[in-house]
Design a protein around this ligand. Sequence first.
Ligand SMILES: [Fe+2]
Ligand SMILES: [Fe+2]
Length: 138
Amino acid sequence: MSTMGPEYITGIAVLDEQHKQLFLLTSQAQTLLKDQNMLYKFDELKEILEGIRAYTLSHFVDEEAYMSNAGYSGLDEHLELHQKFLENLTHIDEEASRVSLGTQDSILRELLNYLTKWLHQHILHADKEMVREIEAAK
Ligand SMILES: [Fe+2]
Ligand SMILES: [Fe+2]
């Protein structure tokens, strides 16, 4: 999970680089989940969540500019998918704000499952299809 496989490459270097970073951030959550020696994971969980939000926000800005400049036909739909992601992340943030020793690993697991699924579905399908359509029209 820590590195991005070749099937995720869209061909747009800036976006691919940013996607790689999202995989790295996801692997941080995985490392933290697996860590058996750390008793309280609250600060690290918060840090990871903040990192993911900040990085995703800036990635969305760049990706949305690329789509918008190209006059992409599926722009609105894609914007909705990005919005939905941020909403789901907010939901996990809320859970993390009430984190306890008994719930920290289940919140981390939820975050990890969600991010893994998102990276897989979103990049592999929505992002790649979007780039394919834009580049084919050039
Ligand atoms: Fe996207
Ligand atoms: Fe993306």
